[in-house]
Design a protein around this ligand. Structure first.
Ligand code: SAM
Length: 253
């Protein structure tokens, strides 16, 4: 009797927590809004998104930064596509000492990212470089990055096929792309969620693995998709798909 009551209470609390988390995320993403520009959809108010993402997405970036740090060697050159206000890139540089370049279509986001990167009490903090650019026309030479990452951005790209082809072009042999975006079907946030599996077919990349990403808490709003060229083993052995890591429930690699 007591045990059943406690189990029900626990289930109720989990449901309540999940509902609050989803409602808060939904409110934040909705209030960020968007408008179309050549190349993709820009967030309506870069300042509001900066504040929202700093407050509510911190644990999301933290989990991802840990995952990226495992998938990258210490010398890896990393490109973050659709970096927005730069919170993930800055975390990767500061906490993990990684060499990161962030690119975003929106000059207002790049201004925010540069300001956020400059804001540190420690003068010697490693800083990422931020540049304005479209994923479909990346201004980098072939094979210039070992890892390309992207969070919550692909559903904003006007041309995901060209975006993935460009990502493939700038990747070094054995390089990997790690893309986190809403799972297909999570339509409460956006009407159209592109499926990376489908868009990869137009590029030389193939999906190495796609796994639901547990965030927030026990809910999986997003998925982690890992892409690589066929027949190219990963440069860094930790980036193999299928290895479980102790990161609070996300099993991937
Ligand atoms: C919802 S925000 C996500 C920002 C950040 N990655 C995060 O997780 O908080 C989507 C970002 O994708 C950028 N974006 C849209 N289309 C793009 C494109 N074609 N190339 C590069 N960035 C793009 C937008 O400007 C925006 O900053």
């Amino acid at each position: 009797m007591g045990h059943t009551f406690m189990s029900r209470m626990r289930a109720g609390l989990i449901l309540l927590g999940a509902s609050v988390a989803v409602a808060a995320a939904r409110h934040g993403f909705r209030s960020a809004g968007g408008h179309s520009a050549p190349g993709g959809i820009l967030v309506k108010d870069a300042g509001a998104y900066d504040a929202f993402s700093r407050r509510l997405l911190g644990s999301f970036y933290e989990q991802i930064a840990d995952d990226v740090a495992r998938a990258a060697s210490a010398e890896a050159r990393i490109l973050e596509v659709g970096c927005g206000p730069g919170h993930l890139s800055i975390r990767l540089a500061r906490r993990h000492g990684l060499d990161v370049t962030g690119v975003d279509l929106d000059p207002a986001m790049i201004d925010r990212a540069r300001a956020n990167a400059a804001h540190s009490d420690v003068i010697d903090d490693p800083r990422p470089v931020f540049v304005v650019g479209d994923v479909a026309h990346l201004g980098f030479s072939d094979e210039s990055f070992d890892l390309v990452i992207s969070t919550l951005s692909m559903h904003h790209w006007a041309d995901p096929d060209s975006g993935l082809s460009e990502i493939e072009r700038v990747l070094t042999p054995g390089g990997r792309a790690l893309i986190w975006d809403f799972r297909p079907g999570i339509w409460v946030f956006h009407r159209h969620i592109p499926d990376p599996v489908e868009h990869a077919q137009g590029s030389r990349l193939q999906v190495v693995g796609a796994t639901p990403w547990r965030w927030p808490w026990k809910v999986s709003l997003t998925q982690r998709v890992e892409l690589g060229r066929p027949d190219e083993p990963p440069r860094h052995p930790e980036s193999r798909t299928g290895e479980a890591h102790d990161d609070g429930g996300n099993a991937h690699g």
